[in-house]
Write a protein that binds this ligand. Sequence first.
Ligand code: C2E
Ligand code: CA
Ligand code: CA
Ligand code: CA
Length: 279
Amino acid sequence: AKARGSGTWCFFSEGMTQAARERLALEARLRRALDLGHLCLYYQPQLELATGRLIGAEALLRWLDPDEGLISPARFIPVAESSSLIGPLGLWVLQEACRQGQQWRSAGLPALTIAVNVSLHQLLLTDLAGATQQVLAQTGYPAQQLELEITESALAEHPEEGLQVLNRLRELGVHLAIDDFGTGYSSLAHLKRFPLDLLKIDQSFIRDIPHSADDMAISSSVIALGHAMGLKVLAEGVENREQLEFLRQKGCDFFQGYFCSRPLPAQDFTRLLEKVGKG
Ligand code: C2E
Ligand code: CA
Ligand code: CA
Ligand code: CA
């Protein structure tokens, strides 16, 4: 490497400061967006593979910025995660999903499970079980129709703490799913101890089916593993008929993905439920 003068170091550290400054600015804007009601939830249908029946919806957070337009959760969730904002943000998502779910129920629409994403810090640093219990009581939404999705990597990093929270959630009657399965390197010994209902195969293993023999082998192993552990298995990111056909052959229980539907604004999802209700 060439000798680098202090100018280079200076440039590098200014770069860090710049990144940190941008992060802080985004955090402040996100805090304001939460106050101003610029956040909303989209809902992606989850279907039973064997019957095509609509069984649930995954709630996915959207930030509609008046200037910038739609901002992806992949960009702002990590910012919220690294600040105290994940507490109020996660709580808002939970409240909004249960409020919406209860509204669908009282409109007499077909029953479904709403899946809500929970992040690592929400699991470990906030009173997730207490907050969930409170939200269910406030909204009247039944615990049995709420599913919390926790990433495999969160549980792999903190199995003991995670287990305690999951056990409390399970006592409430809430369903528990492990998200992005296959990417988190969790030990099967730990996995066995978690009170889970559902494994979600990460979309990276679905994407290249039917072209990748490796991904087909991984997906069918995960389905077999999930079933051997008494769990249901859902494949996410299903985009075409070949993928669906493969998953059906392997006995996968549920799927979601663009092949069926993109995540929908609540209003569009309501129309879908109304159509399903009419049969
Ligand atoms: P995730 O939980 O793995 O969600 C699945 C992502 O895949 C969503 O992206 C969804 O829109 C997208 N997707 C669904 N079907 C397909 C498909 O067929 N093909 C492809 N290529 N993609 C598909 P989205 O909505 O941008 O969310 C990204 C991530 O942000 C989520 O990944 C989740 O980790 C996080 N996230 C979203 N909402 C929340 C939330 O309320 N709380 C927390 N903690 N995280 C959230
Ligand atoms: Ca998810
Ligand atoms: Ca996922
Ligand atoms: Ca993911």
